[in-house]
Design a protein. Sequence first.
Length: 463
Amino acid sequence: MTTTDLPPQPRLKRALGPTALVLFGLTYLAPVTVFTTYGIVTQSTDNHLPSAYVVALVAMLFTALSYGAMARAFPVSGSAYTYTQQTFGGHVGFLTGWTLMLDYLFLPMINFLLIGLYLNTQFPDIPGWVFALASLLLVLVFNVLGITLVNRLNVAIVALSVLLVVVFAVLAIKELLTNPSSETPSLIEPFLPGKGGLGPVFAGAAVLALSFLGFDAVSTLSEEAKNPKRDIPRAIVLTTLIGGAIFIVVSWLGALVYPDWRDFAEVDSAGVDLMAKVGGTFLTSFFVAVYVVGAFGSGMTTQVSVSRIIYSMGRDGVLPRIFGTLHTRFRTPWVAAVAVSVVSLLALVLTLDQAATMISFGALAAFSMVNLSVIKHHLFPKGGRTAPSAGEWVRYGVLPAIGFVLTVWLWTSLTATTFIVGLSWMLVGVIYLAVLTRGFRRRPPTMDFSEKEELEEEAARAS
């Protein structure tokens, strides 16, 4: 039997338009995550949380533009792994993808942990791990059934999150109008530096920047987008802008309603205190419910993203090829999804603090490499090219360089534990790569772009 006689291999299903891609990004972003770090950063910035969010949004926008530029150049699954592999070669691409997996593998687990913790507060007789396990299994089923089902769930989850934000905003404005206080700051004060100057604001922004994780996840859906070259870059930027706007508005109203963070019962659960002040018991219960739903949606979309990266690496032969297997009926990377779920079982034994130390390192490493990839690919490509125009130097040189510098600055906020975990994970990756390439004497497998034109033609027909 010749290769032409073999049945065609299943491909990821192109089913996502621009709206669906933005909804995916926002679900991954989890708009309610603004309440997760609300008290901690409000405390560190002395009630100037909105100014820190503005700085974080600006910093993330530069990297979001870089992701958009590379998604336009390489409209296939793989995200930062694909971009660095095609720009800097297989070794760098593998290590970038490997490092990014550290972040992506543990993000679903953290969401399942949060679901267990929050539901246990409402149902104390049921252990938190029961809720965590149930949500893990349900997410796995949804992801195997297909991206269309995930998209429908994303619509409902984002709608609930936005509803919570709107209800909070309305009640916060009502509180400000009906119960004015002499302690209420001016409308612009939360956006200005506090007594400590810009230092606390920048430090807070470094923490908040990780709340924007989600725009990069959109790039993993390039092979499931109807028109990836057009829609993926737009969705990446829109996800960043819309998410940032929600974070800024909520934190601004919160700063006006609750001007002294010292009044929080617990800094870690400041979101609950904020809801209780403007809406009482009902809004607090609604907040917990929506927070759990948001964590479920974030767990679902984070698993979708990392399974696509593992699928790409398995398809290329960088990881065992079993991970590059698609379900013949649903056309989803079910083996990769199961692998992620197995890792997420750690949610049953780890604490939230332990899990949190395992993320951030991979995301910032990927952000740095994508910014550098834009400069290399567009200004110094293989084989050379005509001299770039002034506009191209700005778009593909200055802007990603700023994004790279800002990302390196964010690295300074990481804890020593995070560096230890991240560097240890990278060391394991280097050892695996050495074995894969027989002591670096062979080139690692790279993505086969012989089908790139077919993918683009398929996307054009679908649009």
